[in-house]
Design a protein around this ligand. Sequence first.
Ligand code: PGA
Length: 260
Amino acid sequence: MEQGGLSCLIVSRRGLRVRKPVIAGNWKMHMTCADARSYMSVYLPLIEETPNDRHLVIAPPFTALSTLADITRDTKLELSSQNVHWENKGAYTAEISPSMLTEHKVRYAIVGHSEPRKYFSESDEQINLRAKSAQSNGLIPIVCVGESDQQREMGEAERVIRRQVEQGLEGMNTNQLIVAYEPIWAIGTGKTCEANEANRICGLIRGWVGSSELIVQYGGSVKPDNIDELMTMSDIDGVLVGGASLDPKNFARISNYSLN
Ligand code: PGA
């Protein structure tokens, strides 16, 4: 497991790059431990030759973390959780604490995904507490932000995202942090945000946060046939993949993106 900050100087075919891309798959509420085992028997051999110029991450359901911690030991694949609570223990039914995750070699924690924002009314304040707790316990939060189609149509996208960034990231260390720009209208719909527009918003987010080293991912209907174009964009430092990460061959193709 790599220590220290996420960013490092890597040499790509296009020259020096400071921000090492993070390719992450979010399995959401899919995959039993048995499913996870058979998935990895296909996926892991396909990433043996993947260059070290990118991080590869999978976020399984909590129940599969322990199984995957064993299977992925000594491989290029790192683990993320799909959530994390701000306390390390206590009367918080249904929640999971940072130490319960780090015990299973989890390195990242997704927070503020649009699904808990929508189904469980997660607020930017709660997301900020989760993200800060992740950081102070040695996890790297992947904080998701993004506008709805209605907000975009009304010309509100930038204002909404900026508010999510300012409130969700308040008081955080920008070296141990990933922001995922995930327009809600592109999630699970097959409608990918046009690469130039996704790139523009990712650049704006980095500017609002004020750190040129901040890793900003794009998420929303990322697939084998659009990954290469997305990854050529100067301000997109990786992707957060839902549906296409459920198929090991598709996620291997995304992991093995090429800039040629
Ligand atoms: P999708 O989901 O790739 O299925 O659109 C992305 C996400 O929810 O992170």
